[in-house]
Design a protein around this ligand. Structure first.
Ligand code: OAD
Length: 262
C-alpha cells in the first residue's frame, strides 16, 4: 500500500467521521466481485457483447419480446445464484455509524437488500419484479420462474398477463424511460441533504442518475469515489480511492473508529 493511498483513505475517514448523513451511490462495479459483469468495462462489460438498444429499450421488446424477456430471465437466474460480497456487507456494517445512510443504486440485482441494508432506493428498478407492458398489472415472479424452468436454455415467451392478455416485461428501467417516481424523489432529496456522498462502482455516465453527485456537491456535500478507474465525477471528489468496491469499503469500515460502530 503506497503512502498516497494511505493518505486518501485517511482523508475519506476524516470526512466520514464528521458526517451525519451519508448517501452511497452505487453502480455495476459494486456487484462485480459477486460475479455479475458490469456494462461498460472494455472486455467483460455486457455492452461489449450486446447492443443496449437491442435489449434495453421498449422498442427492442416490441420487436422481439421473447429475445428480450429471455435475456432478462438469464440475468435473473445469474443474480439469484450470486451472493452479496464484502463490499455490500461493509455498507450494512456502516449503517449504525450515521444518523442516516441511504443507498441509491442503479443495480437491479437486489444484492444490497439481500445483504441487509435498510434504506435502498432502486433507481433502475429490479430484476425481481415483472409487470404487464400493456396494463401495468404486476405479474408474479413465481409464474415467470416457472416459465424459466419450462424453457430451460431456450427462448422463453413472455408470461401473458391474467388481466388483459398483454405481455409481461421486467421491472427495470430501459433507455428512454422515466425513473420510478418515489425512489427518484427520495434520492434527489437525500443528495441535497447529505454531508458526504460515497460513489462506488459507477461510470457516472447514465443520466439522470449521473446528476446526483452534482446535486450533492452543489448543496455543499463532500464526494468520495471508490472505483479502480477515473470517471467524469472524479475531478469533483475530495478523495478518489482507486480500489475495488470490496477492498475499499472493507478498509473504510476497518479504519472508522471502532467505538462508533456496532
Ligand atoms: P458501468 O458498467 O457503466 O460502470 C461500472 C463502473 O464500475 C466502471 O466505472 C468501472 O471502472 C467500475 N468497476 C469495475 N469493477 C469494479 C469493482 N470491482 N469495484 C468498483 N468499481 C468497479 O455501470 P453503471 O455505472 O452502473 O442501465 O451503469 C449505469 C447504467 O448503465 C446501468 O444501470 C444500466 C447501464 O446501461 C440500464 O440498463 C438502463
Amino acid at each position: 500500500m503506497s503512502a498516497l493511498t494511505d493518505r486518501l483513505y485517511e482523508g475519506a475517514v476524516r470526512l466520514l467521521e464528521q458526517a451525519k448523513r451519508l448517501v452511497v451511490l452505487t453502480g455495476a462495479g459494486m456487484s462485480q466481485e459477486s460475479g455479475i459483469p458490469t456494462f461498460r468495462d472494455a472486455q467483460t462489460g455486457m455492452w461489449a457483447r450486446f447492443r443496449p438498444e437491442a435489449l434495453a429499450t421498449e422498442s427492442a421488446f416490441r420487436d422481439d419480446p421473447s429475445r428480450v424477456f429471455s435475456w432478462y430471465l438469464q440475468r435473473l437466474k445469474m443474480v439469484r445464484a450470486a451472493h452479496p460480497n464484502p463490499g455490500h456487507e461493509s455498507l450494512v456494517a456502516m449503517e449504525s455509524r450515521f444518523e442516516s445512510l441511504i443507498i441509491a443504486t442503479q443495480n437491479v440485482d437486489s444484492l444490497h437488500s439481500r445483504a441487509g441494508s435498510a434504506n435502498v432506493l432502486e433507481l433502475h428498478g429490479s430484476l425481481e419484479r415483472f409487470y404487464c407492458a400493456d396494463c401495468g398489472e404486476t405479474v408474479s415472479t413465481d409464474e415467470v420462474l416457472a416459465a424459466v424452468r419450462r424453457g430451460g436454455e431456450k427462448l422463453v415467451s413472455p408470461v401473458v398477463c391474467r388481466s388483459c392478455g398483454g405481455l409481461s416485461r421486467p421491472g427495470v428501467v430501459w433507455f428512454g424511460e422515466s425513473l420510478p417516481e418515489e425512489p427518484m424523489r427520495e434520492a434527489w432529496e437525500a443528495a441535497r441533504n447529505c454531508d458526504v456522498m460515497l460513489i462506488v462502482g459507477t461510470s457516472a455516465q447514465v443520466y439522470p442518475v449521473a446528476e446526483l453527485p452534482h446535486v450533492a456537491w452543489e448543496a455543499g456535500a463532500s464526494l468520495i469515489e471508490i472505483n479502480p478507474d477515473e470517471t467524469p465525477v472524479s475531478g469533483s471528489c475530495a478523495c478518489t480511492i482507486r480500489d475495488s468496491a470490496a477492498t475499499g469499503l472493507q478498509r473504510l469500515v476497518m479504519l472508522l473508529p471502532p467505538h462508533e460502530m456496532d
